[in-house]
Write a protein that binds this ligand. Structure first.
Ligand SMILES: [Zn+2]
Length: 98
């Protein structure tokens, strides 16, 4: 009878240790998921910044490439960024908030 209790006690301790390990592993995985989510949101923000900024050669206003106020032209002036366009003397469109 005592032997049986001893076995149960040892098994219980082993299970408790295993449970602790799993809990630590779970914490680690949760941190990893948080990290990945952070990196994903950076990536998505980066994507938005990578939008095209364009202007018509006949205008001094620049737009994002999806703005419907941007008149269709064959040879739009392209800018690397919002700041790039402003530095070259162009004004951001108020509709698309380029
Ligand atoms: Zn616009």
């Amino acid at each position: 009878m005592l032997d049986k209790l001893e076995v149960l006690y040892v098994n219980n301790k082993a299970l408790r240790d295993a449970n602790d390990n799993l809990r630590k592993e779970n914490d680690d995985l949760r941190k990893e998921v948080d990290n990945l989510n952070d990196r994903l949101s950076e990536f998505e923000c980066g994507d938005i910044e990578n939008q095209d900024f364009i202007a018509s050669p006949r205008s001094n206003t620049f737009h994002t490439s999806s703005c419907h106020w941007m008149e269709p032209v064959w040879d739009p002036i392209r800018f690397a960024s919002h700041d790039d366009a402003v530095e070259q003397g162009y004004k951001p469109c108020k509709t698309c908030r380029a």
